[in-house]
Write a protein that binds this ligand. Structure first.
Ligand code: ARG
Length: 435
């Protein structure tokens, strides 16, 4: 057997090395090294359990635990050079462990497979990612809440079809986004909670004949329980698709806010002035101040949606249990995490440093007969008109204001009484946008 030519981790029955392109397509270390902390934590828990269950000796176990600490330190300090020949983070760690402690390292993988190992590491990573998302969303919610309180009474036009519809407050408008964010936050919390079960102990797919203690490793790694089914344990990735969807959904909310910021920052709207820190200039047009951060938040929605579709496509039609296709599960998750983090922080920075031009908002709210609905409601409430009739009367009054090129509250009472004689002076209260 030409062992030196084959892979030392799994090359027992191999006589030849993989081709270079095979090594390249097979390697995931460039991506999954990001889970090194989870991998070491998983190995420590597994090793402690092996000692406790007397599956390995105390002596070998202690050597492994000490070695794993050392490997962790080396990775932390950037000293460990990862190798593509060793495929992934799991084999890179184990190989370094063997260099440090010798043959005892070979006992760590007793009663474990990379299949349950990677599923466990990745679940822990996603769980932590959900926690960081919750914290970052809360920070943005705090910023929006401050603005909501500050602008609770500032009038702006509310839109439907992007046409001025009814006067609302800026506080109400901002609060709509706070509501979306709070649902996003709860989706991340749900995701972390729903999938907080440990695959470890599923081994390759069918469990293991060793007397392992899955409760111990599950508890040690912060899971609520072991996953009940070993096939599901190694092949389930709905924790990852759910995370990707939640990122995409939250990015989608941010992109709607970004779109409004972009509109509001145009000279035509002039509802918002972004700070210099969150804008860019044009290299040719000196007057320009562009809302690039908002545009990028809007644009990055494409990546977030794409990442979700990528993993769902990988998973579609995969037979049980583990297939190497599953190695394609991490890159999009890491990318969505990085992307949404950046978007949440950019939105926070943009909003907290922006100036809302409330005078412009108020005057825009006074244009476009935005109090027409309030007028119709008044006719119903005060004169007991059927709403359809009130709608008709209001339409005639709006037409009058349109012809005279004035606002509704600038019409004379007598003119309005020409349309509906029972209209009284009290009508002006609802015709003005300000209370
Ligand atoms: N790097 C692999 C992954 O991310 C680890 C599992 C490999 N399992 C196997 N049977 N080859 O999926």
């Amino acid at each position: 057997m030409t062992k030196d030519k084959s892979n030392s981790m799994w090359g027992g029955r191999f006589e030849d090395k993989p081709s270079d392109i095979m090594t390249q397509i097979n390697a995931s270390i460039g991506v999954d090294q990001r889970m090194w902390r989870q991998d070491i934590a998983g190995s420590i828990a597994h090793c402690e359990m092996l000692i406790q269950q007397k599956i390995i000796s105390e002596q070998d176990g202690q050597a492994i635990l000490g070695g794993l600490e050392q490997v962790a330190g080396e990775i932390e300090r950037g000293e460990l050079v990862f190798s593509a020949e060793l495929e992934d983070i799991h084999m890179n760690v184990e190989s370094r462990l063997r260099e440090i402690i010798g043959d005892a390292a070979g006992r760590l993988h007793t009663a474990r497979s990379r299949n349950d190992q990677v599923a466990t590491d990745f679940r822990m990573w996603v769980r932590e990612a959900c926690g960081s998302m919750v914290d970052t969303i809360e920070a943005l919610q705090g910023t929006i809440e401050t603005l909501r309180v500050k602008h609770a009474r500032d009038i702006m036009p509310g839109f439907t079809h992007l046409q001025a519809a009814q006067p609302i407050t800026l506080g109400l408008h901002l609060d709509a986004y706070a509501q979306m964010l709070s649902r996003d936050k709860s989706r991340f919390e749900d995701c972390a909670k729903r999938h907080n079960q440990s695959p470890l102990g599923s081994a390759a797919l069918a469990g293991t004949p060793f007397p392992i203690d899955r409760e111990y490793t599950a508890k040690k790694l912060g899971f609520d329980a072991p996953m009940p089914n070993t096939l599901d344990g190694v092949s389930a990735r709905d924790f990852a698709t759910e995370f990707l969807f939640t990122c995409a959904q939250s990015g989608l909310h941010l992109s709607r806010l970004a779109e409004e910021i972009i509109l509001w920052a145009t000279p035509q709207f002039a509802f918002i002035t972004l700070s210099d820190q969150w804008s860019t200039g044009s290299s040719i047009m000196p007057q320009k101040k562009n809302p690039d951060a908002a545009e990028l938040v809007r644009g990055k929605t494409g990546r977030l949606n794409g990442n979700l579709v990528q993993l769902m496509t990988v998973l579609k039609g995969l037979p049980l249990a583990y297939n190497k296709d599953l190695q394609e599960d991490k890159e999009s998750v890491f990318d969505s995490y990085d992307t949404l983090m950046l978007c949440l922080q950019a939105m926070d920075g943009m909003l907290s440093s922006a100036k809302f031009n409330t005078a412009n908002m108020l005057s825009a709210a006074e244009d476009g007969f935005t109090t027409a609905t309030a007028l119709a409601d008044w006719l119903v409430m005060e004169l007991d008109m059927p709403f359809r009739d009130a709608h008709h009367v209001t339409g005639a009054i709006v037409k009058m204001a349109e012809d005279k090129e004035c606002k509704l509250h600038e019409l004379d009472l007598a003119e309005m009484q020409g349309v509906e004689p029972r209209i009284s002076d009290a009508i002006y209260k609802v015709l003005r946008v300000t209370p």
